[in-house]
Design a protein around this ligand. Structure first.
Ligand SMILES: *Cc1c(COP(=O)(O)O)cnc(C)c1O
Length: 395
């Protein structure tokens, strides 16, 4: 973060570390050669623990939405019963994809700002026999809510043991713990531009053994997104089609940085940045949109106060170098969102809160100079376990 580069606080794409940017500028290599095979192997080895799988992870050259489409078309057939659990705009999108390919989708929608409830999912599964798959969003980027996937997947497994659990973790995986195997998730999807500190262009999709089995009989049309072609190409260290090589360079470097930091440290950093963001925004008088117990660790949504001229306010925030995201769908003009994922640091969040504080003061809002930055830092310090050392008794 400096005067000449914006503090890009949107929930993807994220600002890239210098070494990741440099990696993306490297010369091309033969994508059917040994150098590429070695890189692909490193990426899969680095990524599997984040998914919580020992199985294959397909790397598709497409947006995250392409990964969601791959999840749907590979395991389902037209006419099959699907339950779409939606808690926001991305949950709606996942359900729409299944509908577009002819699935019979029963939608369960939570009030935006809230997580999905296991009892409601159980109830829906009870009155919908023969459900082939349940669609879940791990981290709903439009509302800043993180679903308790372990708990929801357990309810699904219990109520409808045959149903496949397909999870959109595009903005969660890599930033927060995820255990596909232990939680009973069948397909998990993420994207390079979210927690992976890379440019947009890749969707990563992992599947469970029973999802791989379902692909053999699924009849939805697929070609480019056929995960079996990806799995088979992996045997020779390749992807079936020419991949976005430059983004693979970046993900390779991003994973190297994440390995150097350590997985738990990556998770803790995201937790601290989320805590700082929430505390800072609240201290500035903004009401957080998500129910606190399911607040996301990668994106925070806050309500735009009725008495605030948001256009002018946000214009000044932008002038001061901070880029915020607006609201999606019916939340446009109602909330703004702060992304805190990828290479984000607590210090970048403090800088952003300082900018919001300054603009708030200039707008005559009731803000004590330094209070929000202090609140944000204290919240992060609490997560990181930073406390004042006990003062000795004069020895
Ligand atoms: C960003 C995002 C997507 C879509 O990713 P695109 O790359 O824009 O297609 C899907 N789901 C969630 C939860 C996201 O945050």
């Amino acid at each position: 973060m400096n005067r000449f580069e914006p503090n890009l606080r949107i929930p993807g794409p994220t600002s890239l570390p210098p070494s990741v940017r440099a990696a993306g500028a490297r010369q091309m290599i033969n994508h059917r050669g040994p150098e590429f095979a070695a890189m692909l192997d490193r990426i899969l080895t680095g990524m599997r623990p984040y998914f919580g799988t020992t199985g294959d992870v397909a790397i598709l050259s497409c947006a995250g939405t392409g990964g969601l489409e791959a999840a749907v078309v590979n395991v389902l057939s037209p006419g099959e019963q699907v339950v779409g659990i939606s808690i926001g705009a991305f949950g709606d999108r996942f359900a729409k994809i299944a509908e577009a390919y002819g699935a019979q989708v029963t939608k369960v929608s939570a009030e935006w700002g809230h997580a999905a409830r296991p009892d409601e999912i159980r109830e829906t599964l009870r009155r919908t026999p023969g459900v082939k798959a349940v669609l879940l969003t791990h981290n709903e980027t439009s509302t800043g809510v993180m679903n308790p996937v372990a708990e929801l997947a357990a309810a699904i497994r219990d109520e409808a043991p045959e149903a496949l659990v397909l999870v959109d973790s595009v903005s969660g995986l890599g930033a927060v713990p995820f255990e596909m195997g232990a939680w009973g998730v069948d397909v998990a999807v993420t994207g390079s531009q979210k927690a992976w500190m890379s440019a947009p262009g890749l969707a990563m999709v992992a599947a469970s053994p029973r999802a791989w089995a379902a692909m053999e009989t699924a009849r939805m049309p697929r070609f480019y997104l056929d995960l079996r072609k990806h799995r088979d190409a992996l045997v020779t260290g390749e992807t079936p089609w020419t991949p976005a090589v430059a983004v693979l360079y970046q993900v390779d470097e991003g994973l190297r940085l994440m390995a150097a930091e350590g997985r738990e440290a990556v998770f803790l950093r995201h937790e601290a940045c989320a805590a700082a963001t929430r505390a800072g925004l609240e201290a500035l008088g903004f009401e957080l949109f998500a129910e606190p117990e399911h607040a996301s660790r990668t994106v925070t949504a806050a309500r735009i106060p009725a008495d605030l001229d948001w256009k002018a306010f946000n214009g000044e925030v932008r002038q001061s170098g901070v880029v915020l995201a607006g609201g999606q769908a019916h939340l446009a003009g109602k909330v703004f969102r702060v992304g805190h994922l990828g290479s984000v640091t607590v210090e970048e969040i403090l800088g952003e809160i300082a900018v919001l504080e300054g603009v708030s003061l200039r707008h005559g809002r009731d803000v004590e100079p330094g209070a929000a930055v202090g609140a944000a830092y204290r919240a992060a310090a609490a997560v990181l376990g930073l406390t004042r050392a006990a003062v000795g008794s004069g020895t």
